[in-house]
Design a protein around this ligand. Structure first.
Ligand SMILES: [Zn+2]
Length: 279
């Protein structure tokens, strides 16, 4: 299995186009660019799947040699997209994949319903490509031998979907290579570290955690805007980091950084970082 971070920022990216906060200013000055959260995974090095498809997907695919097309004229290693939320920063990129001859999209019934009604991305995309839209059920096996398990970790709706019904809004995914046995957990939107989540990550080789905010008050402290991290559905790093010490043998790193989050270092994912390689 190989796991590659294509984008390591929360919605808006970092720097964000209209933000002059210290983190965005420093990023502009130093030429650093975090694009919006998307991860690429493969079991066999040939069939690749995207975990979410953010607005920066075209740039991300172009700068990832493994995702280059060929040898057929419109042959692409990208087989499909697994959605963990219905948020715009995780779904808008699907519209940029409309040139695909065929693409598979996996989502919960809740997310699928939102993307069929409140934000009708599914029927829109289906007008442009051969769209194979499937339920993201536990026990799904992807091309290349990746086994998928899913856990609902949150019930927060996207802002556009205020009265759309459903419970399975925010998922964590666990991907296991059926040949090597290695496993990766993707949980970049994690509202709380529940016992169920603790069980879900037990024994994983690598986990990408919610790094949206360092502390619960980060957004208000840095921008003056109201809103605590936990009210926005994001467990702050200060609260999740102590939990990670209970899992020896598992490497935890953070993705989905908001542009207000100044964190750098070995535990912080950057665009292009390879999280796991055993292929
Ligand atoms: Zn900023």
């Amino acid at each position: 299995m190989r796991v590659r971070v294509l984008g390591s920022a929360a919605g808006g990216g970092a720097p964000q186009w209209n933000c002059a906060c210290p983190v965005c200013r420093d990023a502009r000055r130093d030429g650093r660019d975090r694009t919006q959260d998307t991860v690429a995974v493969t079991g066999d090095g040939t069939a690749w799947y995207l975990l979410n498809a953010g607005p920066d997907i075209r740039t991300q695919v172009l700068r990832t040699p493994e995702l280059a097309p060929g040898p057929g004229l419109r042959e692409t290693p990208v087989r499909g997209v697994l959605l963990t939320t219905a948020e715009l920063d995780h779904t808008l990129g699907l519209l940029s994949l409309r040139e695909a001859v065929r693409i598979s999209v996996y989502a919960t019934a809740t997310v699928t319903h939102a993307l069929s009604t409140a934000f009708p991305l599914r029927p829109m995309l289906g007008a442009y490509t051969d769209l194979d839209w499937q339920d993201l059920t536990a026990g799904l096996v992807l091309d290349g031998g990746l086994l998928v398990h899913r856990l609902t970790v949150g019930t927060k709706r996207p802002r556009y979907a205020g009265d759309t019904p459903g419970e399975d809004w925010v998922s964590a995914l666990r991907l296991t290579d059926t040949r090597s046995g290695s496993s990766f957990v993707y949980a970049t939107c994690l509202p709380a570290w529940t016992p169920a989540f603790g069980t879900f990550v037990t024994g994983a080789d690598e986990v990408l955690l919610d790094g949206t905010f360092t502390t619960d008050d980060e957004l208000t402290r840095t921008t003056g805007r109201p809103g605590s991290a936990q009210a926005m559905g994001h467990l702050p790093m200060a609260a999740s980091h102590p939990m990670t010490t209970g899992y020896p043998g598992t490497r935890f790193r953070y993705g989905h950084l908001n542009n207000t989050n100044p964190s750098l270092g070995a535990d912080i994912a950057a665009d292009g970082l390879e999280l796991l390689t055993d292929h």
